[in-house]
Design a protein. Structure first.
Length: 192
Protein backbone atom coordinates (compact mmCIF):
# COMPACT_ATOMS: atom_id res chain seq x y z
CA UNK A 1 0.00 0.00 0.00
CA UNK A 2 2.84 2.41 0.80
CA UNK A 3 4.51 1.95 -2.59
CA UNK A 4 1.24 2.57 -4.41
CA UNK A 5 0.69 5.82 -2.47
CA UNK A 6 4.24 7.00 -3.20
CA UNK A 7 3.86 6.13 -6.88
CA UNK A 8 0.53 7.96 -7.12
CA UNK A 9 1.92 10.98 -5.30
CA UNK A 10 4.96 11.07 -7.60
CA UNK A 11 2.77 10.81 -10.68
CA UNK A 12 0.47 13.56 -9.38
CA UNK A 13 3.42 15.80 -8.57
CA UNK A 14 4.93 15.21 -12.02
CA UNK A 15 1.60 16.05 -13.66
CA UNK A 16 1.25 19.26 -11.64
CA UNK A 17 4.79 20.35 -12.53
CA UNK A 18 4.22 19.64 -16.24
CA UNK A 19 0.92 21.53 -16.25
CA UNK A 20 2.61 24.48 -14.49
CA UNK A 21 5.43 24.53 -17.07
CA UNK A 22 2.97 24.39 -19.96
CA UNK A 23 0.84 27.15 -18.39
CA UNK A 24 3.95 29.31 -17.94
CA UNK A 25 4.98 28.80 -21.58
CA UNK A 26 1.48 29.58 -22.83
CA UNK A 27 1.24 32.72 -20.69
CA UNK A 28 4.65 33.99 -21.92
CA UNK A 29 3.61 33.29 -25.50
CA UNK A 30 0.35 35.13 -24.90
CA UNK A 31 2.32 38.16 -23.64
CA UNK A 32 4.42 38.15 -26.82
CA UNK A 33 1.31 37.70 -28.97
CA UNK A 34 -0.53 40.54 -27.23
CA UNK A 35 2.56 42.72 -27.70
CA UNK A 36 2.41 41.91 -31.41
CA UNK A 37 -1.30 42.72 -31.49
CA UNK A 38 -0.70 46.09 -29.78
CA UNK A 39 1.31 47.33 -32.75
CA UNK A 40 -1.10 48.95 -35.23
CA UNK A 41 -1.52 47.19 -38.56
CA UNK A 42 0.53 49.56 -40.76
CA UNK A 43 3.64 49.09 -38.59
CA UNK A 44 3.56 45.29 -38.28
CA UNK A 45 6.32 43.38 -39.99
CA UNK A 46 4.91 39.90 -39.32
CA UNK A 47 1.55 38.37 -38.55
CA UNK A 48 0.92 38.11 -34.80
CA UNK A 49 -0.19 34.48 -35.01
CA UNK A 50 3.38 33.45 -35.91
CA UNK A 51 4.27 34.00 -32.24
CA UNK A 52 2.16 30.97 -31.29
CA UNK A 53 4.54 28.72 -33.24
CA UNK A 54 7.03 29.25 -30.40
CA UNK A 55 5.02 26.71 -28.40
CA UNK A 56 6.38 23.90 -30.60
CA UNK A 57 10.01 23.28 -29.59
CA UNK A 58 10.99 21.20 -32.63
CA UNK A 59 14.78 21.28 -33.19
CA UNK A 60 15.91 23.55 -36.04
CA UNK A 61 12.31 24.73 -36.55
CA UNK A 62 12.24 26.48 -33.16
CA UNK A 63 15.46 28.38 -33.79
CA UNK A 64 14.20 29.54 -37.18
CA UNK A 65 10.84 30.60 -35.72
CA UNK A 66 12.62 32.59 -33.00
CA UNK A 67 14.39 34.63 -35.66
CA UNK A 68 11.31 34.83 -37.90
CA UNK A 69 8.91 35.95 -35.15
CA UNK A 70 10.81 37.86 -32.48
CA UNK A 71 13.12 39.99 -34.60
CA UNK A 72 10.23 41.36 -36.74
CA UNK A 73 8.23 41.98 -33.54
CA UNK A 74 10.93 44.26 -32.18
CA UNK A 75 11.40 45.92 -35.56
CA UNK A 76 7.65 46.55 -35.69
CA UNK A 77 7.94 48.40 -32.39
CA UNK A 78 10.91 50.34 -33.76
CA UNK A 79 8.83 51.48 -36.75
CA UNK A 80 5.82 52.29 -34.57
CA UNK A 81 7.78 54.29 -32.00
CA UNK A 82 9.79 56.12 -34.65
CA UNK A 83 6.58 57.12 -36.41
CA UNK A 84 5.36 58.67 -33.15
CA UNK A 85 8.53 60.65 -32.50
CA UNK A 86 10.22 58.31 -30.04
CA UNK A 87 13.68 57.73 -31.49
CA UNK A 88 15.69 56.62 -28.48
CA UNK A 89 17.44 53.38 -29.33
CA UNK A 90 17.19 50.35 -27.12
CA UNK A 91 13.53 50.82 -26.24
CA UNK A 92 12.17 48.63 -29.00
CA UNK A 93 13.49 45.31 -27.67
CA UNK A 94 15.62 44.59 -30.74
CA UNK A 95 18.79 43.87 -28.75
CA UNK A 96 16.92 41.60 -26.36
CA UNK A 97 15.22 39.69 -29.18
CA UNK A 98 18.48 39.31 -31.09
CA UNK A 99 20.42 38.15 -28.03
CA UNK A 100 17.70 35.61 -27.16
CA UNK A 101 17.70 34.25 -30.71
CA UNK A 102 21.49 33.99 -30.82
CA UNK A 103 21.65 32.34 -27.39
CA UNK A 104 18.94 29.91 -28.47
CA UNK A 105 20.97 29.07 -31.56
CA UNK A 106 24.20 28.72 -29.56
CA UNK A 107 22.54 26.41 -27.04
CA UNK A 108 22.00 24.06 -29.97
CA UNK A 109 25.77 23.36 -29.91
CA UNK A 110 25.17 20.84 -27.12
CA UNK A 111 23.39 18.65 -29.67
CA UNK A 112 26.49 18.16 -31.84
CA UNK A 113 27.12 14.42 -31.97
CA UNK A 114 30.24 13.13 -30.26
CA UNK A 115 31.54 11.11 -33.22
CA UNK A 116 32.59 14.27 -35.06
CA UNK A 117 36.24 14.50 -33.97
CA UNK A 118 37.09 17.22 -36.50
CA UNK A 119 34.49 19.54 -34.97
CA UNK A 120 35.54 18.80 -31.40
CA UNK A 121 39.19 19.29 -32.40
CA UNK A 122 38.44 22.60 -34.14
CA UNK A 123 36.10 23.92 -31.44
CA UNK A 124 36.78 22.11 -28.17
CA UNK A 125 34.79 24.78 -26.33
CA UNK A 126 31.63 24.37 -28.43
CA UNK A 127 29.79 21.99 -26.08
CA UNK A 128 30.67 24.03 -22.97
CA UNK A 129 29.64 27.23 -24.72
CA UNK A 130 26.36 25.62 -25.73
CA UNK A 131 25.66 24.61 -22.13
CA UNK A 132 26.34 28.12 -20.84
CA UNK A 133 24.18 29.62 -23.58
CA UNK A 134 21.42 27.18 -22.63
CA UNK A 135 21.55 28.45 -19.06
CA UNK A 136 21.19 32.06 -20.15
CA UNK A 137 18.38 31.38 -22.66
CA UNK A 138 15.72 31.20 -19.96
CA UNK A 139 16.84 34.47 -18.36
CA UNK A 140 17.01 36.20 -21.74
CA UNK A 141 13.51 34.94 -22.54
CA UNK A 142 12.08 36.29 -19.28
CA UNK A 143 13.74 39.68 -19.83
CA UNK A 144 12.41 39.76 -23.39
CA UNK A 145 8.88 38.90 -22.26
CA UNK A 146 8.91 41.60 -19.58
CA UNK A 147 10.25 44.18 -22.07
CA UNK A 148 7.55 43.26 -24.57
CA UNK A 149 4.93 43.61 -21.83
CA UNK A 150 6.14 47.17 -21.15
CA UNK A 151 6.24 47.98 -24.87
CA UNK A 152 2.71 46.63 -25.21
CA UNK A 153 1.56 49.01 -22.47
CA UNK A 154 3.30 51.97 -24.13
CA UNK A 155 1.82 51.08 -27.52
CA UNK A 156 -1.65 50.89 -26.02
CA UNK A 157 -1.13 54.30 -24.33
CA UNK A 158 -0.01 55.88 -27.60
CA UNK A 159 -2.86 54.18 -29.47
CA UNK A 160 -5.35 55.47 -26.92
CA UNK A 161 -4.00 58.99 -27.38
CA UNK A 162 -4.18 58.77 -31.15
CA UNK A 163 -7.80 57.64 -30.94
CA UNK A 164 -8.94 60.00 -28.19
CA UNK A 165 -6.75 63.08 -28.68
CA UNK A 166 -6.52 63.68 -24.90
CA UNK A 167 -3.38 65.53 -23.82
CA UNK A 168 -3.05 63.81 -20.41
CA UNK A 169 -2.93 60.39 -22.08
CA UNK A 170 -0.33 61.67 -24.54
CA UNK A 171 1.80 63.11 -21.77
CA UNK A 172 1.66 59.84 -19.83
CA UNK A 173 2.54 57.76 -22.90
CA UNK A 174 5.35 59.97 -24.11
CA UNK A 175 6.98 60.65 -20.73
CA UNK A 176 7.16 56.93 -19.99
CA UNK A 177 9.01 56.36 -23.25
CA UNK A 178 11.67 59.02 -22.54
CA UNK A 179 12.38 60.29 -26.07
CA UNK A 180 15.78 61.65 -27.08
CA UNK A 181 14.65 65.24 -27.40
CA UNK A 182 11.95 67.39 -25.92
CA UNK A 183 10.83 68.53 -29.37
CA UNK A 184 9.08 65.22 -30.01
CA UNK A 185 7.00 65.69 -26.85
CA UNK A 186 6.12 69.31 -27.60
CA UNK A 187 5.26 68.52 -31.21
CA UNK A 188 3.03 65.60 -30.15
CA UNK A 189 1.07 67.58 -27.57
CA UNK A 190 -1.19 70.18 -29.05
CA UNK A 191 -1.41 73.23 -26.84
CA UNK A 192 -4.76 75.05 -27.31
Amino acid sequence: MGNNFIGDFGLTLLTVVNVAIIAFEVSCTWVLWSAAMAVPQPYRMRWPWVIWLLLFPIPFFYQAICFAALIPLSLSYRRFLKAHGVTKSGQDGFGLALSFCILQLMSFLTQVPTPTPWLHAAWPWAEDFGQWAGLYVFTAFLVLVSAMWKLRKHAMDIGEFVQSGRADVALHALTNLKPDCEESISSAILIP
